[in-house]
Design a protein around this ligand. Structure first.
Ligand SMILES: *Cc1c(COP(=O)(O)O)cnc(C)c1O
Length: 378
């Protein structure tokens, strides 16, 4: 049996969690949270990172910090997870969905440009499969129209675009450490703040509306309620679990890449025969092997592809149902322009098993299963 995903685990996580327990201090912002924040800041060259309870709450924080007015518009892809869209809904913004580039499944910069109105305030991008959006074009558009950029980089930890980490291009970047992602703390995430003007407001927002962080740094002599806030601090137990994995970030990344590259090389003959389509990694993108997907001819073929492999106990899964056609998408937003690729491409896509610990032998079994499905001798 080959699972679709097995959450990553390293021994140090157990050691660190035990350490946190022994300190009898497992609330937020302790030693391990600080270690994680600092590791992320240093590794990805970010001026400030705050660990959060999820990528979803990091996105919420980002949208609250963007300070929108009800009715302001946010442009985003429809081919993404609900979290990208619920954040602007939280601040009563209107969602404007646009089409993707079928080569990467990422938001198409040309479609962003065509959807801008005088109400547009923010562009949200999502780096699908850990492969970067066209950030040069997107940042140029944001600059031209004076728009903020929020990156849903849930899948992009350790990926880069032209040498710069995903999540560090926009005003805010959001990472996920959910157990379906490359690095896991069970439930958790991080907010990357790229503009220091937001640091203080972000700390207040994360600490129930108080200036407690300033108090701990000795910058004020008592702490008080200063603004709207919420609580986005993960427990030290989760942070300790994550920290163990961050210390093995390269091992985990390399092991995943090995599987990804194996799939790519071995499945290439099927692409050359026109039987399926493999992912595209554009120039300038270095990815983290978050996901390996193939595209079948259509929905019907994908359905039999997934069930054929399931009959061999190989678990492949499809992915997003476009948000603009979902009940909440219809309620909170509109699709701007033509849905040329979002629906069609989403119906063709199937994801193959890929996780830290998957062996080449198992990848080989998956590849054999796929060749058998297409009736081709390997
Ligand atoms: C996983 C994921 C999220 C949600 O992450 P959580 O940490 O579970 O909140 C958001 N956006 C994308 C694109 C994701 O893949």
């Amino acid at each position: 049996m080959i699972d679709f995903n097995v959450p990553p685990y390293v021994k140090e996580s157990s050691t660190f969690v035990e350490e946190a327990i022994k300190l009898h201090k497992i609330c937020g912002d302790g030693t391990f949270t600080k270690k994680c924040n600092e590791w992320l800041e240093k590794r990805f060259n970010v001026q400030k990172v705050l660990l959060t309870t999820s990528c979803t709450t990091a996105l919420d924080m980002a949208m609250l910090l963007c300070d929108l007015q009800p009715g302001d518009e946010v442009i985003l892809p429809s081919y993404t997870f609900s979290s990208t869209a619920t954040a602007p809904v939280l601040v009563r913004a209107k969602l404007v969905f646009v089409d993707i580039d079928p080569k990467t499944m990422n938001i198409d910069p040309e479609k962003i440009k065509a959807a801008i109105t005088d109400k547009t305030k923010v562009i949200m991008v999502m780096h699908y499969a850990g492969i970067s959006c066209d950030m040069d074009s997107i940042m140029a558009i944001a600059k031209e129209y004076n728009l903020k950029v929020v990156e849903d980089a849930a899948q992009g930890v350790m990926s880069t675009y032209k040498g710069k980490a995903l999540g560090t291009f926009g005003d805010f970047g959001c990472y996920s450490f959910h157990e379906t992602k490359n690095y896991s703390m069970g439930e958790g995430g991080a907010l990357l703040i790229n503009n220091p003007a937001y640091n203080e407001r972000a700390e207040i927002l994360r600490e129930k509306g108080t200036n407690r962080s300033k108090f701990f740094r000795g910058q004020v002599d008592k702490y008080t309620w200063v603004d709207f806030g919420d609580s986005y601090l993960p427990s030290e137990l989760n942070a300790a679990y994550l920290y163990g994995q961050l210390l093995h970030a390269d091992d985990i990344n390399n092991a995943r890449l090995e599987c990804w590259n194996y799939y790519y090389k071995e499945l290439l003959p099927l692409q050359e025969k026109g039987l399926l389509q493999l992912p595209t990694v554009p120039d300038g993108c270095v990815h983290n092997a978050h996901m390996f997907y193939v595209k079948c001819k259509n929905l019907e073929e994908r359905t039999s592809f997934i069930s054929f492999l399931k009959s061999k106990q190989i678990y492949c899964v499809f992915h997003y149902i476009p948000l603009h056609s979902a009940p909440a998408g219809l309620k909170f937003g509109r699709f701007e322009g033509e849905d040329k690729y979002t629906t069609k491409e989403s119906e063709r896509l199937a994801r193959l098993p890929l996780y830290y610990g998957l062996t080449t032998k198992q990848c080989d079994e998956v590849v054999n299963g796929i060749f058998e499905f297409f009736g081709i001798k390997r």
